[in-house]
Design a protein around this ligand. Structure first.
Ligand code: ZN
Length: 47
């Protein structure tokens, strides 16, 4: 499944994403742990 990293806008494959997390009921995928760290500053991670 192709997904979009909401931080940098890069389109990535969910199975090869460097990082992912659950925010509310939504799973968000990232190209790198740095992008996830940035996202975490503005969004509460559930797990
Ligand atoms: Zn990114």
């Amino acid at each position: 499944m192709k997904v979009k990293d909401p931080v940098c806008g890069m389109v990535i494959e969910s199975t090869t994403a460097a990082a992912h997390g659950t925010y509310g009921s939504e799973t968000v995928y990232f190209c790198s742990v740095a992008c996830q760290a940035s996202y975490d500053q503005k969004h509460h991670r559930s797990a």
